[in-house]
Design a protein around this ligand. Structure first.
Ligand SMILES: Cc1cc2nc3c(=O)[nH]c(=O)nc-3n(C[C@H](O)[C@H](O)[C@H](O)COP(=O)(O)OP(=O)(O)OC[C@H]3O[C@@H](n4cnc5c(N)ncnc54)[C@H](O)[C@@H]3O)c2cc1C
Length: 516
């Protein structure tokens, strides 16, 4: 039995050990000898003064203060720093825990009739303010779907399963295993995020090519909206007009509550082959990855680490490419051999294992470093290959400039999390000394500067972290105005009272003329 941390990532038991903490502090001190690395304990949740709930507790609604507090925000760096500072901000008035679809309908009806906002909540691992009741005047209910967590049906012939949306990653895989299947969708947040959250945010899994987003595995969705239930037909593909599933994939709790989905399954891989390659320079490494992405080889893992990222997280000098192939059906050594032929670099041992270990500890280490006043956070995008060099230069320049202005120092690292024939998804890490008491504001300044650079260079404001409340200013500029109006129209029809997660994706709750 483990205990979820109320203020940070994961479980209390898995938080960094004293030795791990000391090692991290020593490493930072070696690079930043002047940084103030004083340690700060989080406040006890019971000492925080919550606003009084405006909702009566009932068998539908819990108004327990710790329940409300632990559903008040997600798991971004700015959420962690505010928790550490005891800055509670807006908190939902109640938490509802449906166990059946009928319970979801009951909550939506009650809230719709009484002007109460509903925020769907899966694992609460949003990093974009997606579950935070920010800027909402009236009462708010957070709808925690984790009680709806079962695999209901498996179709072994078509290889698909009907699954309830509130299931967390490990529990989902544990239920599929006896049937000999896997969903094979492993975001870094896998342990603490849910199927419904993945679908509602178009999450990106661990695999680098082919099926990168959860969208690729969704066969059909069942969604409870305030005006009725939408369930799409189970088909492997359909040209019958715009896809109903595409309307709800990425809808971030604004158009309806995803209660179930038929998901495409796979057999677990039986054949694997992998290697790590070190490159003399970053440009050569990027070129090799482009060739591999366009070769049709489809590696499962194709993670390129820039020299700073490789040094910090795999202990390797130079840019490093971690390559992996796998299949449930056939040996993949030939694919690895051909991919290595496309690399103008040197094969190195052990980097992939060191990278993997570090990858799994990153969220815990981020929180530990925040306790010492460090700014450690990530942002991500995607762009076409023809624009990558320019985008990367602009983002690195913007990051270096803003880190100098806001923190006096700091570094930005880059890795590719996913690669496509037409472009990569670069993922940036920021490491900088912050000022205790100002960490959230400092990060917000950094984030605004790099987001401007990403958008101006033709990238997307997010490849897989979703829009939430934090990305709205940039998302509103990125999407076509006509599409924004169509989305507002869909919102007005499906959620006429505007109760579902307001402030996310649409700023207008009613359809109107297209802004020009
Ligand atoms: C350390 C860390 C690592 C991460 N790694 C990844 C990664 O590798 N890939 C990636 O894509 N993301 C990653 N994320 C971001 C986050 O985990 C994803 O956005 C994830 O999909 C959110 O799932 P969740 O169940 O926690 O949803 P929540 O955070 O609870 O909700 C996210 C959004 O979806 C809505 N929502 C949730 N459930 C439903 C539902 N059933 N119906 C309708 N709307 C719903 C919410 O209202 C909210 O807008 C990471 C986050 C952290 C903190």
């Amino acid at each position: 039995m483990t205990t979820r941390s109320w203020w940070g990532w994961g479980t209390v038991e898995d938080a960094v050990t004293p030795q791990e903490r000391q090692h991290l502090v020593d490493r930072v001190r070696a690079v930043l000898p002047d940084a103030d690395l004083t340690f700060h304990e989080p406040p006890a949740p019971t000492t925080l003064d919550l606003p009084k709930s405006r909702i009566q507790p009932s068998d539908l609604y819990s108004t327990d203060p710790v329940d409300r507090l632990t559903h008040a925000r997600g798991q971004a760096y700015r959420d962690i720093t505010r928790n550490l500072a005891g800055d509670i901000g807006p908190v939902p008035d109640a938490v509802a825990r449906p166990r059946t679809e009928q319970d979801v309908i009951k909550v939506l009806d009650h809230c719709g009739d009484n002007g109460i906002v509903v925020i769907p909540f899966g694992g609460g691992t949003s990093v974009v303010g997606g579950v935070e009741p920010r800027g909402i005047e009236g009462p708010v209910v957070t709808l925690d779907l984790q009680g709806m967590n079962r695999v209901l049906e498996v179709d072994p012939v078509s290889r698909a399963a009907r699954i309830q949306a509130g299931v967390l990653g490990p529990h989902l895989e544990a239920q599929l295993k006896p049937h000999g299947f896997t969903l094979r969708h492993f975001p870094q947040s896998f342990e603490f995020s849910t199927l419904g959250g993945w679908l509602a945010t178009r999450a990106g899994g661990h695999y680098a090519t082919v099926n990168t987003h959860i969208d690729d595995f969704a066969e059909s969705l069942r969604v409870v909206t305030p005006v009725g239930i939408s369930e799409s037909r189970r088909v492997p593909g359909s040209g019958a007009g715009p896809s109903p599933d595409r309307l709800f994939l990425g809808s971030e709790g604004t158009l309806g509550v995803i209660t179930e989905a038929w998901m495409r399954l796979q057999r677990p891989p039986a054949h694997r082959a992998g290697a790590s390659v070190r490159f003399a320079d970053w440009e050569r490494a990027v070129e090799a990855v482009r060739l591999i992405a366009q070769s049709g080889l489809h590696p499962a893992n194709c993670r390129l680490l820039d020299p700073a990222e490789a040094f910090l997280n795999a202990g390797e000098p130079g840019a490093v490419l971690v390559l992996g192939f796998e299949s449930a059906d056939h040996p993949v050594d030939g694919q690895l051999t051909r991919a290595l032929e496309l690399c103008d670099g040197e094969v190195v041992e052990g980097a992939a294992q060191r990278w993997r270990r570090s990858f799994l500890r990153m969220p815990y280490q981020r929180d530990a470093m925040a306790q010492h006043g460090m700014i450690t956070e990530t942002f991500e995008t995607a762009c076409t290959w023809d624009r990558f060099a320019e985008l990367h230069a602009a983002v690195t320049e913007a990051a270096t400039r803003v880190l100098g202005e806001v923190c006096g120092a700091g570094i930005a690292t880059c890795r590719f999390t996913h690669v496509y024939p037409d472009g990569p998804a670069p993922y940036y890490g920021i490491y900088a000394p912050g000022r205790w008491g100002s960490l959230t504001g400092q990060w917000d300044e950094i984030k605004a500067a790099v987001s401007e650079a990403v958008l101006n260079a033709g990238g997307t404001i997010t490849h897989h972290h979703a829009v939430g409340r934090d990305h709205m200013p940039w998302y509103s500029r990125q999407r076509p105005d006509v599409f924004g109006a169509a989305l507002a129209g869909a919102k007005a029809v499906l959620d006429p009272a505007g109760v579902l997660n307001p402030g996310v994706l649409t700023t207008r709750s009613t359809a109107g003329p297209v802004p020009r």
